[in-house]
Write a protein that binds this ligand. Structure first.
Ligand code: SAM
Length: 231
């Protein structure tokens, strides 16, 4: 895991002090260890975990300057991409959100305290937190949660005007972007650019969406309604 992480950091031109690299490795190892008892990830190989979890998460550092920013990770699962970002950039004010109680409990009571890392935890569905946490974050990110048109409705209400939503996508990014054009506009945002990274031999894309206005108060709708009638 260590060599893959170090090689990848070089390749991405991300320079980190050794203690931050060690913390990233400790988190990667903790995820794999816990995964033996709790369903956290399909990845069990340490080198693959370094590539597809740690390095993939860290690509966001190349997309926007994140130092000092408030960042919400929607559907964080086992903590990706939010936790590696916080480990690499400790000034980040991190909030993790997921509806799966067991994963959030592990992150909140075990994984992050062991690493001495502070974060806020929102356990529940994104659409249910949107009222209370509306337009509060500089940056919202999300990986592997939903197709972009639905994901925009889940995530954009949390971003304040002038902030950014970063959607981490695979090879189908272009197609999803096309499908989400109306949602982005209706939710008070504008597509800015897509950044591509080679991760584990495949192209991973980060779609950068700028919040140029406010999200109308009727969004997000219920998940059932979103799925039935996507924007
Ligand atoms: N982002 C992590 C990653 O890339 O490894 C986890 C991805 S996992 C496939 C999807 C996660 O999104 C699950 O943990 C699930 O509970 C969460 N999720 C899906 N829809 C959600 C919603 N509406 N609100 C909160 N969490 C949600």
């Amino acid at each position: 895991m260590k060599q893959t992480l170090l090689d990848g950091l070089d390749r991405l031109e991300i320079a980190l002090p050794p203690e931050r690299t060690e913390q990233l490795l400790a988190f990667g190892e903790a995820v794999l260890e816990k995964n033996r008892f709790m369903n956290l990830t399909a990845i069990t190989d340490p080198a693959q975990a370094a590539e597809l979890h740690l390095l993939d998460s860290l690509t966001l550092l190349k997309v926007l300057p994140l130092a000092g920013k408030s960042l919400l990770d929607v559907g964080t699962g086992a903590g990706f991409p939010g936790v590696p970002l916080k480990l690499a950039e400790p000034s980040l004010r991190l909030t993790l959100l997921d509806s799966l109680q067991k994963r959030m409990h592990w992150l909140e009571t075990e994984a992050l305290p062991t690493l001495g890392v502070e974060a806020r935890f929102l356990t529940g569905r994104a659409e249910d937190f949107a009222k209370e946490q509306r337009e509060r974050y500089d940056v919202v990110c999300s990986r592997a949660v939903a197709r972009l048109n639905l994901l925009c409705e889940l995530c954009l209400p949390f971003v304040h005007k002038g902030g950014y939503f970063l959607a981490m996508k695979g090879a189908q990014a272009e197609e999803e972007l096309h499908e989400a054009a109306k949602a982005i506009r209706v939710l008070g945002a504008a597509y800015e650019r897509t950044e591509e990274f080679e991760i584990g031999g495949a192209v991973h894309s980060v779609i950068v969406i700028h919040k140029t206005g406010n999200t109308p108060l009727q969004y997000p709708r219920s998940w059932a309604r979103m799925k039935q009638k996507p924007l």
